[in-house]
Design a protein around this ligand. Structure first.
Ligand SMILES: Cc1cn([C@H]2C[C@H](O)[C@@H](COP(=O)(O)OP(=O)(O)O[C@H]3O[C@H](C)C(=O)[C@H](O)[C@H]3O)O2)c(=O)[nH]c1=O
Length: 184
């Protein structure tokens, strides 16, 4: 597993070692030991999976205490442009984002620590997104910011006209309205 830091402290890009042979391929998609060796000491309590048609945008979401979530995200089928936004008060990269293409082919993963908003746009139909989270779903702990907030300047590669967004996500507030419950 190759683990690479990003411009946001704590947001990490993970690239597994893939063993290919005439049968296909094998790789360890998660290893607590591998993450520990990289200084990431986390325990997951829940796995999530969603399927999205092309141009679906999910996010930007996070959960506040007592259900702050770290997320280890990847794509099992299809492709997304995945985005993490730093919402941690006091962080040197507060309001900055990381975006990375995660696909079934590149097998890349992104570790999104607690305090970062997360979202993605699906680049293909039948995109299956799978992720491990460090805290349970807390419906009343959900925090969200409008995906295409110009202040965040995220290059989603899709217009608001073409994006398919849930009614809930369409009415999320802009980033500057967020009274961040997260600390760096
Ligand atoms: C997240 C979650 C949702 N739900 C229920 C609540 C709704 O009835 C239904 C769909 O939830 P939602 O529309 O919030 O799903 P997404 O828009 O994919 O939300 C996720 O999308 C972005 C990309 C994220 O990073 C978060 O993990 C998560 O917020 O599943 C649960 O029962 N458990 C859960 O952990």
């Amino acid at each position: 597993m190759t683990i690479t830091e990003t411009i946001i402290p704590g947001v990490l890009l993970l690239e597994p070692k893939v063993f290919s042979d005439e049968r296909g391929y094998f790789f360890e998609s998660y290893s607590k030991r591998t993450l520990l060796e990289a200084g990431i000491d986390i325990d997951f309590v829940q796995d999530n999976q969603s399927m999205s048609h092309k141009n679906i945008v999910r996010g930007l979401h996070a959960q506040k205490a007592p259900y702050e979530q770290g997320k280890l995200v990847r794509v099992l089928q299809g492709a997304v442009m995945d985005v993490a936004v730093d919402a941690r008060k006091g962080s040197p990269t507060y309001g900055r984002h990381v975006s990375v293409e995660l696909t079934a082919d590149n097998k890349k993963q992104l570790w999104v620590p607690p305090g970062c908003l997360h979202g993605f746009v699906s680049l293909m139909d039948n995109t299956i997104f799978a992720y491990k989270v460090t805290a349970y779903f807390g419906k009343d702990s959900e925090v969200g910011v409008f995906w295409n907030d110009p202040e965040l300047a995220i290059g989603w590669g899709i217009s608001e006209k073409d994006a398919i967004v849930s009614a809930k996500d369409q009415v999320l507030p802009d980033f500057k309205s967020l009274v961040s419950p997260f600390n760096y």
